[in-house]
Design a protein around this ligand. Structure first.
Ligand code: FAD
Length: 364
């Protein structure tokens, strides 16, 4: 089937921070956005996943440590000791796009990336509704927000209360006066618990005891540790990983929750009942809602037509950049997590992966 596709040098799928950072380096290597380089995004506004997170989300690092390549995030200063709110990031990403004139095409959800028929060394066809592009190289930077991860527990289907994932949660008011169980041991769970506990009766459950960073330590340490750990592993050394990206940063709201005495985690329940949750020892707790702060998986559905083998939900990557699909060298994956580059699923961490991917694609 012949598709009339526009030929471009590089297509970037996803215009969140990872797509923008990669586009920054592709542009610096001489590609002209809108001509050689086309960025396609499914959303109808800039900012990647950030506009869709809950209203009260705070970054776990100060603005100066949450920057993409080329332009430092403008400072944010208020009583929270400088941890910027979500909207500050949305504003930054919106201006970043403009600043480098990246010409993101939206809204177009890419449904397929595949090889042009009978031309294995040729171009990759990228299609979305109303759009067909034939590219020499494709960067997939679709993040994880579109694939919230729900674990399975017995009773989930018969529980009569409300279940929501952290990705569905917006404001605490929607849970006012209720009995709420918050599941998960990371920053999302801690921040959501902190604000929901101001208006609701909360219980926090985690599969492992949560790890809290010291009060004076923030996301900066997490980036440094993630990089050091990867370097150590590459050099065949052990690394204890004193702090991981999942460790809880004591932002103001979480400290406040600790002061109110609500920051105590219980072990994970073993099942849901019709009106609550139950532990293996027979203890039961009634509740009105369960919030699953159980993370995300890479959003890779659009790559299925390439038929690449996956390992643990990841597409094996390598090359000099560490982002090149091993079975499809014209495809790069940027920003999904440590498997595509140390701390690459963060604002400050994605730069090196983006630079390496752009260098490999352009040979510059
Ligand atoms: P996204 O921001 O998800 O962007 C992907 C883009 O691709 C979206 O715009 C989407 O519309 C688009 N897209 C998806 N599928 C398609 C498709 N098929 N076709 C076209 N477009 C598509 N990081 C920090 O540095 N500091 C923090 O404090 C921090 N806090 C976080 C708190 C939470 C709750 C979460 C979930 C993450 C946090 N992160 C933080 C991590 C990280 O910054 C985000 O996960 C980030 O959004 C990843 O950026 P991305 O560009 O890879 O993906």
């Amino acid at each position: 089937s012949a598709i009339q596709a526009d030929e471009v040098d590089v297509v970037v799928v996803g215009g969140g921070q990872s797509g923008l950072a990669t586009a920054f380096y592709l542009r610096r290597a001489g590609l002209v956005p809108g001509r050689d380089l086309v960025i396609v995004d499914a959303a109808d506004r800039p900012g990647g996943a950030w506009p869709r997170t809950w209203d009260g989300l705070r970054l776990f690092s100060p603005a100066g440590y949450s920057s993409l390549p080329g332009w430092v995030m403008p400072p944010w200063d208020d009583a929270t000791r400088g941890f910027p709110p979500r909207d500050h990031v949305v504003d930054y990403l919106t201006r970043y796009e403009d600043r480098y004139d990246l010409k993101v095409l939206r809204p177009h959800r890419v449904d397929s990336v595949r090889r042009a028929d009978g031309d294995p060394g040729g171009r990759l066809l990228v299609t979305a509704e109303g759009l067909a592009l034939a590219a020499r190289a494709v960067v997939s930077a679709t993040g994880t927000w579109d694939r919230p991860f729900w674990p399975t527990y017995p009773g989930m289907r018969t529980f009569q209360g409300r279940q929501l994932h952290a990705s569905d949660y917006r404001v605490p008011g929607e849970l006012a006066g209720q009995r709420v169980v918050v599941v998960g041991g990371g920053n999302s769970a801690a921040q959501i618990l902190a604000e929901v506990s101001t208006v609701a009766e909360t219980t926090w459950v985690t599969p492992r005891p949560p790890r809290f960073l010291p009060d004076d330590v923030d996301g900066r340490v997490l980036f440094a540790t993630a990089r050091a750990r990867i370097q150590a592993l590459e050099q065949g050394r052990e690394h204890a990983g004193v702090a991981g990206l999942g460790d809880i940063v004591m932002v103001a709201s979480v400290k406040d929750a600790r002061e109110r005495g609500v920051l105590h985690a219980q072990p994970m329940f073993s099942r849901l009942t019709t009106d609550g949750v139950a532990w293996a020892d027979g203890t039961e707790l009634e509740c009105d809602a369960v919030i699953w702060c159980t993370g995300f998986r890479p959003a890779l559905r659009h790559l299925r037509p390439l038929g690449l083998r996956t390992r643990g939900g990841h597409i094996p990557v390598g090359g000099a950049s560490g982002t090149q699909a091993l079975e499809e060298p014209r495809l790069h994956l940027v920003g999904y997590g440590d498997w595509t580059g140390p701390a690459s699923a963060t604002l400050a961490g994605v730069g090196p992966s983006a630079r390496a991917a752009a260098a490999e694609i352009t040979g510059r």
